[in-house]
Each structure stands twice: as C-alpha cells, then as structure tokens.
Design a protein around this ligand. Structure first.
Ligand code: MRU
Length: 357
C-alpha cells in the first residue's frame, strides 16, 4: 500500500494535528486540537470536511474526550460524549457508523484509560482501512475506462481527494489511479459554491500532483458537455440510501441531470461506509442547513490579519437573504454505477452487494 499524498489528519498521541482546510489554498496551517469540544468545532466549522475524514476525526475526538477523564465510567457519560460528536454534522453517515462501532468496542471496559486506548487504536485502524479502500476503489473505477483510451476528460464536484479521506480519495482516487496507469487525465472541477471546495481544494490537490485541471463555475457543466467531449462525471457521496438515492454536496443533483441529458456516464464513488441500508430512499437522508453568511459573503477573501477584502467579505447587498441547503439528493435513476472498493455495480444491486460485507 502506498503512502497518502497529504497528511491532513495527524495523531500526535496527546493531541490531534489537523490541516486547517479553511485556510487553503492560501496557507498550510495546522490546528492543534486537544479536546473533544475543539474537535467538534473543527468538524462543524469545516476545518476538516469530507465524509471519511470527518468520521476519523470524530473518533480521535472521542479519544481526546476519554483521555481527559479518569477512573471508572458512568455509561451515560459514554453516550453523552458520543452524542456530542454525532451532532457536529448530520448528512454524512460515515461519522454515525463510526460512533456506533466506537460504542460497541467499549464492550465490558469500565475505566476511561482503557476506553481511550480502544478508541485511539480504532481511529488509527480507520485511517489504514480508508486508505486501502480508496486505493481499491480507485483501481476498480479506472477499469471502467477503455484500456486503449489515453486521454480522459472528467468533471468532478466538491473535493473527494486526499484532503477528504485518509488519502488517495474516492472520485479523485479514480483520477489518481487513471494517472498512475499512464493515462492523461483532464479534470474539470466545479468550483462548488458556496464553500468552494472545488476551486480551493480539488484544484490545489490537482496542482500539487501535476494533473491538468480547469476550474469551472457550477453552472458551466452544460456548456462543457455541449462543446467538449466529456467521458464521465465522477463524484463522491455522503450517504447512499438502499434504493441508490445519493446525498452529496449541493449541486451534484444538477450535474447528474445535465449528464443524463448529454448521455455522459455519471458515477458515484463510495466506500462501504457510505451506504445506509436503514434508509429506503433519499427522502429520509437528513440535509444539513448551514449558515446564510456562507452564501452572502466570501469568508475566504480575508487578509492574513483577518480583514475582509470586500466590505465584510460580502458579494451581495447588505440585507440580502439566501438559501443554503448544504447537500442534495441525486435520484438513483441518474447514476450509472457506484464505484466502490468491492467493485462497480448499478443502484439495483446495492442490497445484494452490501449485505454480503
Ligand atoms: O461539506 P463537505 O465538504 O464535507 O462535503 C463533502 C462532500 O460532499 C464529498 O463529496 C463527500 O463527503 C465525499 S468525500 C470522499
């Protein structure tokens, strides 16, 4: 297994070092996180984001919480710690599954010291497993493209790379795997309003790796599919319901409809931890509503000493209201294949494929 390209989540035994993704691409700054409360803030404020990275960070947060305590546990304290972390971001199911597993692993242990050790090794194990899963997923996705096709043009949305995972990435993992096979990949990265994960983070990862990448605004994909040859749309996901409906970053649904209209295959890249078979359809997936100011101003347009370059960073009139649903649901009918570490399959195969793992 090769090493991850970036190390945005680094465990330092007594604290967690997190690459602050809000400062990217301007600065590579690491936050030193010492408490569960600071971990929750880092997740909620999106210093760390991306479904797998959130889940791993959450379990390190539990570990920090357990390390601050001593003596014997009161079972309610475990629940309260887990619930605090659970509430940080609701849409991605990876965090919720990881917290359920963390609770299961407490088993018969009764002292905080042992529980901190259990959670610490669980989080470290998650990092290894996620990197392995992404590398397998990347290989499986690369096989969907014809062997003799040397140039591949891909549209992607949000950031699904090493910054969002333990390394390699999901949709960006497929792109890395294609590049590793010697193919020339041209990436069109949706800028991904309002948080700009595409233009800030995906473009940053692609530049660092020397993969040709063009940022497009979220409304440009229709033009692009009309005027250039696009081979595929590859996106990640935050939660997949049993029928294949998929929650991912806001704007994914629009992209899927445009791809469908232009007969461009639309692939969702997901590790098994993103499939929530408890939910029948996407209507049951909770959609996070984030603050309006993410839409009405660019918090990124700040100088190093915290001054906004535009008045208060605003790109809209003072008093303008906004809607900011942070995710949307892509109907299963628009998804050609799920690309996973277990192989590629159509939405109708989810139950069979996932029940056997
Ligand atoms: O709000 P974010 O940046 O956490 O949203 C991230 C996404 O929507 C990703 O596509 C998803 O988490 C998959 S990351 C491998």
């Amino acid at each position: 297994m090769s090493q991850p390209e970036f190390l945005p989540i680094q465990w330092k035994s007594t604290f967690l070092s997190l690459l602050d993704q809000r400062a990217l691409p301007g600065k590579k700054e690491f936050l030193q996180i010492h408490t569960v409360e600071d971990t929750i803030d880092a997740i909620r404020d999106m210093a760390v984001r991306g479904a797998p990275a959130i889940a791993i960070t959450g379990i390190f947060g539990l570990t920090l919480g357990a390390k601050k305590k001593s003596g014997n546990i009161i079972p309610e304290e475990i629940d309260s710690l887990i619930n605090q972390v659970f509430e940080s971001r609701p849409t991605a199911v990876n965090l919720s599954f990881a917290l359920q597993e963390a609770k299961k692993r407490v088993g018969e242990e009764t002292d905080w010291e042992s529980i901190a050790k259990i959670w610490e090794s669980f989080a470290l194990e998650m990092m290894v497993d996620d990197l392995k899963a992404n590398q397998a997923l990347g290989q499986n996705g690369a096989e969907l493209f014809p062997k003799d096709q040397n140039q591949i043009h891909i549209i992607t949305h949000c950031n699904t790379g090493a910054l969002a995972t333990a390394g390699h990435g999901t949709a960006l993992g497929v792109i890395r795997s294609l590049r590793d096979q010697g193919k020339k990949v041209v990436v069109y990265a949706d800028e991904t309003r309002p948080f700009l994960q595409g233009s800030r983070l995906t473009a940053f990862e692609m530049l660092e790796e020397g993969i040709e990448c063009y940022i497009i605004t979220d409304g440009m994909s229709g033009w692009l599919m009309n005027h250039r040859k696009i081979d595929a749309v590859l996106v990640g996901c935050d939660r997949v319901a049993a029928n294949g409906d998929t929650a991912n970053k806001i704007g994914t649904y629009n992209l899927a409809i445009v791809a469908h209209e232009h007969n461009v295959p639309f692939y969702v890249c997901a590790t098994k931890d993103s499939f929530d078979l408890n939910l029948k359809t996407g209507d049951e997936i909770p959609i996070e509503m984030r603050k309006e100011s993410e839409v009405t101003q660019f918090d990124f347009l700040k100088t190093a000493d915290g001054k906004y370059l535009l008045p208060e960073g605003k790109t809209s009139p003072i008093g303008a209201r906004a809607l900011n649903p942070s995710f949307d649901i892509t109907k299963a009918k628009f998804i050609k294949n799920f690309i996973t570490e277990m192989g590629c399959f159509v939405p109708g195969e989810i139950l069979v494929r996932l029940k056997s793992v």
